[in-house]
Design a binder for this molecule. Structure first.
Ligand SMILES: [Zn+2]
Length: 459
């Protein structure tokens, strides 16, 4: 079996690994590249292996793992795409939304002549997303399914977001059964609503993510830190803007805010969810209750995911009105790294006032507006306007849907069989290197940090 790393190699987006065995090939994830322009340009390349790939397996619905699928379909790719049932539900929302955004961006670029391409074209359109959705086939967790001659796969819970999976690929080589495990994005087991990642697995080889491979994240104060930011900003009459990913982080936050309100650790300030996609995704969480961690909770967390606990904001007009409003409040709005979406409009209205606050609750990738603001920018360019940053900036890392270094090491250490090789991907260079050093101290496996395009033959 061979693995070729075609994305998320020494970076965090564009997850894509080509798996080849006995003349057959499939992809693990088909993620879109996000971040600086030079990285995004990679989305436009025609993959040289397009016609070689017979199937695609998706570990979860986040676009950096699934968002290039409609592009492949647009380029003529045909085949089956395997995912868990909850990922299937989420992709119905995410891929259509992604296509609409691509179309909107192209229209905007043509109107403002803000593009080098004439005319500017969308990476893909809604019709491509619909065709991509028709390729989806679901496989339940913990069930093996043969997807190619001699190659079976199994999804296990990854504890990252609803529907997220660790992927195991079983194959035979030199008459011996082997397994290669892909961690996908691995949760740290700290989510209040998503079931824990599966551990104590059997495997011969491992591909593991490293988003937080170089740091320990203290999650013990995260709820109190959240309470303190909410109370501090709202009590002085300000708005706390929380840029959050529509899928995963938003639902975790709602549950934490619900707990804090129930235990009277925050005052009864209104909470708005200003993102049509986050509102739709939250409904998918409610319709997949068997995947939620509800049975041990004293509180009815389903209430946290439904109005009237929060006010959903759907129409653009209502969002504009909310931007102007000066009542003290919490506004959760996408996108999480400020790469677009309604949150930018809130920042245009709120950044200049020191009474307001911006609370980051997740990883801010290199080259994103979120990283710039988090690193202390005094001004910020939004919609061609230079805006002074007076609002208070807060950062709570404990809400990440990714495990930190100790979570990853604990999970790798729990494997019941001796791993022959470990490939570290989905992390920036420093994170991958630090994790590699730690793993060398823990495991006798050969450790690799592949670069983009690097291929390995599994022994
Ligand atoms: Zn993810």
């Amino acid at each position: 079996m061979k693995l070729k790393f075609l994305g998320a190699a020494r970076t965090v987006t564009g997850s894509q690994t080509l798996v080849s065995h006995n003349g057959h090939s499939f992809l693990v994830d088909c993620g879109i590249f996000q971040g600086p322009k030079a990285i995004r340009e990679l989305n436009w390349q025609v993959p040289e292996h397009l016609n070689k790939v017979e199937a695609i397996v998706l570990t979860h619905a986040h676009l950096d793992h699934s968002g290039l699928l409609p592009r492949w379909v647009k380029l003529g790719w045909e085949g089956k795409v395997y995912c868990t049932p909850a990922t299937f539900d989420l992709l119905q929302i995410l891929l259509i939304d992604a296509a609409k955004l691509q179309e909107e961006d192209a229209r905007f670029a043509n109107k403002t002549k803000y593009s080098n391409h004439k005319p500017a074209l969308p990476l893909y359109e809604e019709k491509d997303a619909l065709r991509a959705l028709s390729c989806l086939e679901t496989i339940e967790y913990d069930e093996w399914a043969e997807i190619q001659p001699g190659v079976s796969i199994q999804f296990l819970r990854a504890g990252h977001i609803l529907g997220s999976a660790i992927l195991q690929v079983a194959y035979t080589q030199e008459e011996e059964s082997r397994i290669v495990t892909f961690s996908g994005d691995l949760g740290g087991g700290h989510s209040e609503i998503i079931k824990q990642p599966s551990s104590s697995l059997e495997s011969t080889h491992l591909v593991v993510e490293s988003t937080y491979g170089d740091r320990i994240v203290d999650t013990s104060h995260r709820d109190l830190d959240l309470a303190s930011a909410v109370n501090k900003v709202c009590r002085r009459g300000g708005t706390l803007v929380v840029p959050a990913f529509a899928l995963g982080r938003t639902q975790d936050l709602l549950v934490s805010l619900y707990q804090l309100k129930a235990s009277k650790l925050i005052d009864d300030f209104p909470i708005y969810l200003d993102s049509p996609m986050a509102n739709s995704v939250t409904k998918v969480y409610l319709s997949n209750q068997s995947e939620l961690l509800l049975e041990h909770q004293d509180l009815d967390f389903l209430k946290a995911l439904s109005p009237p606990f929060f006010t959903p904001v759907v129409s653009t007009d209502d969002s504009m009105i909310l931007c102007m409003s000066r009542e003290p409040k919490v506004v959760i709005s996408a996108s999480g790294m400020l790469q677009g979406g309604r949150v930018l409009r809130h920042l245009v209205h709120k950044l200049r006032d020191e009474n307001n606050g911006v609370l980051f609750v997740g990883f801010q990738g290199e080259g994103t507006k979120g990283r710039v603001l988090l690193e202390g920018a005094k001004t910020m360019r939004i919609y061609h306007e230079e805006i002074d940053v007076e609002a208070e900036i807060f950062n709570i890392a404990g809400y990440s849907a990714h495990g930190d270094q100790s979570d990853i090491l604990g999970w790798v250490g729990s494997f019941r069989s001796e791993l022959k090789s470990i490939f570290i991907n989905h992390g920036e260079v420093e994170a991958g290197q630090v994790l590699a050093e730690k793993l060398r101290g823990l495991s006798s496996a050969s450790i690799f940090t592949p670069v983009m395009g690097e291929e390995f033959k599994l022994s």
